[in-house]
Design a protein around this ligand. Structure first.
Ligand SMILES: Cc1cc2nc3c(=O)[nH]c(=O)nc-3n(C[C@H](O)[C@H](O)[C@H](O)COP(=O)(O)OP(=O)(O)OC[C@H]3O[C@@H](n4cnc5c(N)ncnc54)[C@H](O)[C@@H]3O)c2cc1C
Length: 603
């Protein structure tokens, strides 16, 4: 009999992941060598209508949509996602594995110090589906104000919430529950038959969470149709608890079925080929390390995401002139905004322990229970605890005093997430980790192109990118985070339902903060500096904007300023962050970009 520790243990999962990383790579390498034999491995120039760089959240969708009408080459640096990606329970372990991730290094940070001296290294998914294949599956669209603000910034009405709703409806299969009193008709706000499944997390704690919110004077609302200041359930991109991504929903089912779609894995794009008329006409890439070239008769689309897109642009001669000159890269076009304006969400964890744990509200599994639950989940019908998303998540959105002072009264900027983990055996304490997040930060950082390394011959984008988040350097951002912490303490310590559960603040405090009076403003300032970090929602380094904005990289139709036939379609285009985890919004922009391309090339 396998033991619970065997099936669910971190070491076991790492072994399984290593097995798949190696197996997938070797299988694809053998097929690649076989295919290349007739050409003696020499670069063979293939021509497609569209070449898409990066098969992540945006890239998988674009490849699927564009190959409905055109010939498409999708180039992805990684391989297929391994089987454990189906179960979001393993997300953290997959995020750690070098076989399925790129690990980006940060510069020491000014606003956060932390045990590692202020580094904030970050991993992103390197596999089909990108980070959408291992992320937390949290599905939030953001506030209508986020989109209406983009429409204003871009001077383009098509970005207003009422106009982008059709893209959300196009890709969603919403099987969730609509909470609240906003008179929301499912058909007006949610898609019913799209490729991405969306379901509401219904953990037993949810009514208790809502009660706490109501006691504090907040409404209970739906998080997605019309996000407001409210307590809401957590919504996931999943079906019966299994991950639903642009890989599973769009690409996987058509791979190998469309002769006009070629998907090449382990294919790492170095640069975009741009001619003397400033027109992109192809890419140079390495397939399993072997140099190759592909041409695009219509367009090249960059979707390798926030850290890598600016690096590829700079390697191709598009970026700040001073950086290009320093790296001795021929200047194709001076675009000062490439790599600037790095945006993210920032937050801290606060841990609580329930001393009066109620077994009904806070799931308990027996010592062997987890193993049984995993087996039920893996069965064809996917049943049990994991399929119901019982491992509780719930959330609340708040409008900070800072936002109110800016006149943004109905536009939330704080997200607080309640997250409980399964209790194994009745005696183990029930811990709850609160995620306390500021979503609309003013602080902005930069992806720095390492010219020294480039001059030494390094070409790998991950090595060339130095990430300076500059998180929490803006004083107002710190004020908002302090307010978010206070909201969290109030919910967990002062409301009747949470008091009934005996919630105690049990977070380990860094020793350097213990010198300040316990829970004083100085104490929390220290805690934030030591414990805050990126919330893995990087964006902004190729920001969308109007031509008059010197630092805009793409226009409101994703076209790179100054270069013909080149677009960026990934999370890097958002000029400011939304009040939401950004995967849903990244799926949306890919649908929008596909429609723009269909309209443009209709004839
Ligand atoms: C740990 C983590 C947890 C997250 N949790 C959530 C969540 O719960 N909910 C949510 O909404 N968002 C979450 N996010 C954010 C969300 O997943 C990303 O914002 C989203 O996936 C970005 O989509 P993208 O298409 O821009 O890039 P990605 O999905 O990252 O895809 C980029 C792809 O390009 C490939 N690539 C990179 N360089 C090259 C190259 N040179 N040549 C070829 N291919 C290349 C990569 O391998 C990758 O597959 C999380 C992110 C992380 C990292």
């Amino acid at each position: 009999m396998l033991t619970n520790t065997f099936l669910t243990g971190a070491a076991t999962i790492q072994l399984i992941l290593s097995y798949y990383a190696n197996y997938y790579n070797q299988t694809d390498l053998a097929a690649t060598l076989e295919e290349m034999k007739p050409d003696f491995g020499l670069p063979k120039i293939e021509i497609f209508d569209f070449v898409i760089v990066g098969g992540g959240t945006a890239g998988c969708l674009l490849a699927s949509r564009l190959s409905e009408r055109y010939t498409v080459l999708l180039l992805e640096r990684g391989g297929p996602p391994p089987p454990p990606t189906k179960n979001p329970y393993y997300g953290y372990q997959i995020e750690q594995h070098p076989g399925f991730n790129d690990h980006f290094s940060s510069t020491p940070q000014k606003g956060i110090k932390g045990a590692d001296g202020g580094l904030n290294n970050v991993t992103t998914g390197r596999m089909l589906g990108g980070s959408g294949s291992h992320n937390g599956n949290i599905y939030n669209r953001g506030s209508p104000h986020d989109y209406d603000n983009y429409a204003k910034l871009f001077n383009d009405e098509s970005w207003k919430y009422e106009n982008i709703l059709k893209y959300y409806k196009r890709f969603e299969s919403f099987g969730g529950i609509v909470f609240g009193d906003q008179n929301i008709t499912r058909s007006d706000y949610f898609g019913q038959s799209g490729p991405i499944h969306v379901e509401t997390n219904l953990p037993p704690i949810l009514p208790t969470w809502f009660q706490a919110g109501i006691e504090l004077g907040y409404k209970v609302q739906d998080p997605n149709a019309l996000q407001e200041e409210s307590f809401t359930p957590m919504v996931k991109s999943a079906k019966n608890g299994r991950r639903s991504s642009t890989y599973t929903g769009y690409l996987k089912k058509i791979m190998g079925t469309r002769s006009n779609l070629r998907v090449l894995m382990y294919s790492d794009v170095d640069e975009v080929l741009i001619n003397e008329n400033k027109t992109a006409y192809g890419v140079v890439y390495k397939r399993h390390g072997m140099p190759q070239i592909a041409h695009a008769s219509k367009e090249v689309i960059l979707s390798p995401s926030t850290f890598t897109t600016p690096i590829i642009l700079i390697k191709s001669g598009v970026g700040p002139k001073d950086v290009l000159l320093k790296a001795k890269i021929p200047v194709k076009h001076h675009l000062p905004g490439v790599g600037k304006n790095l945006r993210d969400h920032a937050g801290v964890f606060l841990e609580f322990t329930a001393t009066n744990s109620s077994d009904e509200l806070l799931p308990v599994v027996s010592e062997t229970g987890l193993e049984k639950e995993l087996l039920k989940f893996q069965s064809v019908e996917s049943s049990g605890f994991y399929s119901r998303n019982d491992l509780g998540h719930a959330q609340a959105f708040f409008v900070s005093q800072v936002a109110k002072k800016r006149g943004q009264t109905g536009w939330p900027d704080i997200q607080v997430v309640f997250k409980q983990t399964a209790r194994v055996g009745k005696k183990s304490p029930q811990r709850v980790t609160m995620h306390v997040i500021v979503n609309r930060l003013e602080s902005q950082g930069e992806v720095i192109f390492d010219t020294d390394k480039y001059l030494q011959g390094v070409r790998d984008a991950v090595e060339l990118a130095k990430i300076d988040y500059n998180l929490l350097t803006d004083e107002e951002d710190r004020l908002v985070l302090m307010e978010a912490i206070n909201h969290t303490l109030k919910i967990m310590e002062e409301t009747t339902p949470m008091r009934a559960l005996g919630m105690n603040f049990t977070q380990a405090i860094p020793s350097v903060c213990q010198t300040f009076p316990y829970r004083s403003p100085e104490f929390w300032t220290c805690y934030m500096q030591q414990m805050a970090g990126s919330w893995w929602h990087q964006s902004g380094t190729c920001k969308m904007g109007q031509k008059s904005d010197e630092f805009a990289v793409v226009d409101s139709k994703f076209r790179v300023f100054g270069i013909n036939k080149l677009r960026v379609v990934d999370a890097s285009i958002y000029p400011v962050t939304l009040n939401a985890n950004i995967n849903a919004a990244t799926i949306m922009i890919a649908e929008k970009a596909a429609e723009d391309l269909f309209n443009e090339y209709a004839s």
